[in-house]
Design a protein around this ligand. Sequence first.
Ligand SMILES: Nc1nc2c(ncn2[C@@H]2O[C@H](COP(=O)(O)OP(=O)(O)OP(=O)(O)O)[C@@H](O)[C@H]2O)c(=O)[nH]1
Ligand SMILES: [Mg+2]
Length: 334
Amino acid sequence: MSGSIRDRLRRFTTSVEQSEELSPAQKRAVLEGYEEALGKEGPPRLVLIGQTGVGKSTTVNALFNAGQEVGHSRATTDRAWTIPVQEVSGSKGTLEVVDMPGLGDDIANYRRYLDLYRQVLPTADAIVWVHPAEDRTVQLVQHALADIFGPGPELVGRLVFGLNKADEVGPHDWNTRANLPSESQRATLREREEEFTRSIARVLPAWRGRAVCYAARRFYNLTALFKEMMYAVPEQRRWVLEQRMDLADFTALVDRKLLRAATATTLAEVPVSDPAPPVPPEPPRDRPRQPVAPPPRSVSDALAALSDAQWRELYADRARFEEYVRRVEQGEGR
Ligand SMILES: Nc1nc2c(ncn2[C@@H]2O[C@H](COP(=O)(O)OP(=O)(O)OP(=O)(O)O)[C@@H](O)[C@H]2O)c(=O)[nH]1
Ligand SMILES: [Mg+2]
């Protein structure tokens, strides 16, 4: 459970318990009623849209520490036309995931797909559209969006666009040791986010989000994606999603020697082609060893440790949220 929800529950329980106006029986009744109401709140429902193999299951696994099947080759077109809701167990609770076919395999299926989309999308807490980061062809996505959301723009706010496989964008020189994009990939990713965001806004002017480049398999930029999801979920249901959050930690894939030697601030500066890891020099034998810098803490741990007030403050201001996450990822503010 994340810090903010835990805080909220603790404060609520304490204030009921300490209340001088309620009798012990009333306190019990209030607390039991509250627990019951919490238990009745349905799990978050995510609708994932995207072509086979774009990384939808990997994304769910990376965000919620779930065990979705990855990389099978079943064609999306084989799927039944009833709503394919899957109960997925994340480490922090269950989710409902609806895996929707990508639109683009055959024009013969397009109208039928649209019907299915219109049936499913209103039931979603968030609609996560996953697109390959390197794929610049957005025309089909724009057409589909206009067809799906044109007649019912009230669902536009629930849309999130994730540009996955950031590690595969040109010039294909992902810094595997630091598990970060190279300088030139970083520039490409920024440009892709801006370009994609603009092309979506052209067909859906009411959409206020921002496309996010990430790499589900490398656990890269998951926080930014999760943040967009939090904005997309209707406000009264946000806490249900927040409760399930268990982001995979990108530092788990960083070269261990680098992690021992450097904080995340210097990780970002590791040259891609540098063959020798920057091992710190051996201290003189007669002096005690300096303590080794602790590994950067994970962003989800940092977010979970925030107080309720800090969460609210960050969610009220995108720029501050992004700055906060950047600082945690770079090992500052520990
Ligand atoms: N390079 C790279 N590969 C990834 C990334 N995310 C997922 N993949 C790979 O893409 C392949 C497909 O991933 P899935 O998560 O099964 O894709 P999916 O969209 O759920 O596919 P279907 O269930 O068939 O619709 C797997 O081999 C993943 O390991 C990523 O960020 N980078
Ligand atoms: Mg899948």
